[in-house]
Structures are given as C-alpha cells and as structure tokens.
Design a protein around this ligand. Structure first.
Ligand SMILES: NC(=O)c1ccc[n+]([C@@H]2O[C@H](COP(=O)([O-])OP(=O)(O)OC[C@H]3O[C@@H](n4cnc5c(N)ncnc54)[C@H](O)[C@@H]3O)[C@@H](O)[C@H]2O)c1
Length: 252
C-alpha cells in the first residue's frame, strides 16, 4: 500500500486523461484526495500524470478500456492493493457519436452504450463492495448530460439513451444503498468546452453555443467544482439527484 495520510479519501475518476475528467481529478487532488485516474488513452493519461506529478500530488494513472468488465475488475483490484479501497467513484468516461438515427449501425449503437453506460455500470459493481467496508459517507458521481433532457439541441438518440440509463442507475443505487452510507448523484452538464467539441460540425457547434444564455460553453473546471461539492461533507445529504448545469438555458 502507498504511504497515505490517515483518513485520506481515495477516488477513482474515469476518463481522467483530458477534458472534464482531468479537471475533476485536478480539483479532487487539490482537495486532498488520492486519485486513481483511469483512461483508455495511455499516452494522454501518462502526459496528464506527468503534469500532475510536478505539483507532487498523489495521482495514479491506470490505463484500461472500461467497456471490458475484466479490465474494470483489474482497476479496482489495483486500487484496493495500492490504496486500501475506494471512497469515491466518478464515472466520467464517455463519448458522443453523431450519426443520424436511421444510419446508426448495430456496432456503433453498442459502442455508444458500452462507453457511456456499461463502463459506469461495471465500475459501480466493483466499487460498491469496497465502499461498504469504508467509514463515512461514500460518493458516486455519474457524469450524465443535459442531452438526456433537452430535445432542442443536436444530441443523437443513442447518446441521450446512454445518459438516461445512467441516471436511472443513479436513482436505483441511491435507493438501494441509502441506509448503507453510499450517496449517488448525477451531474448533467450542457455544452462544456473540451475535445468532445471536435465531433460536432462547426455550424451545429455555433448554433448550440449561441443557445447558451451567456453566449459561450461552460468550462471543465466549473463542472469539477460541482463534483467536488458533492464529494465534500456538504454533499452528504444529497442522493438520487440529477443536477442539470446549463446556465439556466432550459428554464421555461
Ligand atoms: N463536453 C461537453 O459538452 C459535455 C456535455 C455533457 C456531458 N459530457 C460528458 O462528460 C464526460 C466527459 O466528456 P469530455 O467532454 O471531457 O470528453 P473528452 O472526449 O475530452 O474526454 C473523455 C475521456 O474519456 C476517455 N474514454 C473514452 N472511452 C473510454 C473507454 N472505453 N475506457 C476508458 N476511458 C475512455 C477518453 O479517452 C477521454 O480521455 C462524458 O461522459 C460526456 O458525455 C460532456
């Protein structure tokens, strides 16, 4: 086991190499947690780990394809062996395929659900038994999307469905583990400036950004701050909620 301070909490953050997952990792490290950052992109994850290590913070990279339940088991076995268990899980890994509905192949449909939903499902299955052995209120935060609720923007059906599935899992787990000290919430952001924007054509992107009340996308750090709030003691009394972050865009 690594040298860690008494009561130092251990977090697993998925999709930690870049974008929102990197910002979440950075914020949790600043808040004093140990972070195991998992990602499929080995080179990018190693670059992120090298960047974090300059500040001397305890970030542990773990390369894995989280759509594979065997690799998810390895991630949590590693976390247990290295840090003694897990107190916090942030299911952030995800992507968005933008094919028109009738042209979505069975392969793309399965990949969309696997990356966004199956990975989170498998991570919860592995994290919860470890969390049940840990003191205090443990936290699962699922990074969903405003796209599961707003049908004016461009998001495709399989992407929306993957996030809706995630939010139903949030509520199920919140209910099932409420008396056992595990709090489960979703954060569902709208447009947030990351590399994911590269998957959208410039005209669709411009239209979506123009729809944001402040005329621009949110920043990954803004989403990370909400995740950190839920993970802090202030978040202990919230469970089973889907928190939508969109600058007030959809208020009618
Ligand atoms: N950017 C936005 O506007 C926005 C809006 C709403 C929701 N989200 C959600 O936020 C999350 C993060 O998105 P982002 O914008 O930072 O995207 P991103 O593409 O910048 O980062 C996603 C990360 O997930 C990793 N990943 C993808 N597939 C994986 C797999 N099979 N196993 C392990 N890691 C994998 C990628 O390598 C990447 O590092 C996603 O779940 C996304 O759906 C993003």
């Amino acid at each position: 086991m690594s040298k860690q301070q008494v009561n130092q909490k251990v977090a697993v953050v998925t999709g930690a190499a870049r974008g929102i997952g990197k910002a979440i990792s950075q914020k949790l490290l600043q808040d004093g947690l140990i972070v195991v950052g998992a990602d499929i992109g080995q080179a990018e994850l190693e670059a992120t780990a090298a960047e974090f290590s300059k500040s001397g913070v305890p970030f542990t990279p773990f390369t894995a394809d989280l759509t594979d339940d065997g690799q998810v088991k390895e991630l949590f076995a590693f976390t247990s062996q290295t840090h003694g268990g897990v107190d916090v899980l942030v299911n952030n890994a995800g992507t968005c395929f933008l094919t028109d509905f009738v042209d979505i192949s069975a392969e793309e449909f399965r990949a969309q659900m696997a990356i966004n939903f199956d990975s989170a499902f498998y991570c919860c299955q592995q994290a919860i038994p470890q969390m049940l052995e840990r003191p205090g209120i443990k936290k699962i935060v699922n990074i969903s999307s405003n796209g599961a609720y707003n049908f004016d923007v461009f998001d495709p059906a399989h992407y929306r469905a993957s996030k809706a599935a995630m939010d139903t899992m949030t509520k199920h787990l919140a209910r099932q583990y409420a008396t056992q000290g595990i709090a489960v919430n979703s954060i569902a952001p709208a447009m947030t400036r990351t590399d994911l924007f590269d998957t959208v054509t410039p005209d669709i992107l411009a239209q979506a950004l123009a729809g944001m009340p402040r005329g621009d996308a949110m920043r990954p750090e803004e989403i990370a701050a909400w995740v950190a709030f839920l993970i802090s003691p202030a978040g202990d009394c919230s469970s089973g909620n889907v928190i939508i972050l969109n600058q007030g865009r959809d208020v009618r």
